[in-house]
Ligand binder design. Sequence first.
Ligand SMILES: [Zn+2]
Length: 133
Amino acid sequence: MSKESKSLKAGIDYPKNWDQFMNWFHDEQSCLSYLKKLRWPNGFICPNCFSESAPYSLPKNKFKCVKCRKQTSVTAGTIFDKIRTPLKNWFAAVWYLTNQKNGVSALGMQRLLGLGSYQTAWTILHRLRHAIY
Ligand SMILES: [Zn+2]
């Protein structure tokens, strides 16, 4: 593989605008497929034994390696690991964080995402800030 990191293209690698964002990430499955494409662009690779054989698919979006039989998921080891809030909320929060030029607040995010509780918004924001900055 080339050492040059290819630059991400709006509309191909990430959404161009909020409308496209809503269109791409309208449900949990579309978020998961996106993460899967980012994580395993050339197909599944077992994080444990690096086998490239197609894994068994398990419920709850888990995979089981056919060689070492270890289970993994597309979110394992990422900031999205073991979250209870739907992925699309996290995606929207990342979008909000990276596109909001006038400063971010948990309240602003709660409004944008239509989150029921301020506490949820705050928790997401806190975790993302920790991961990004
Ligand atoms: Zn394995």
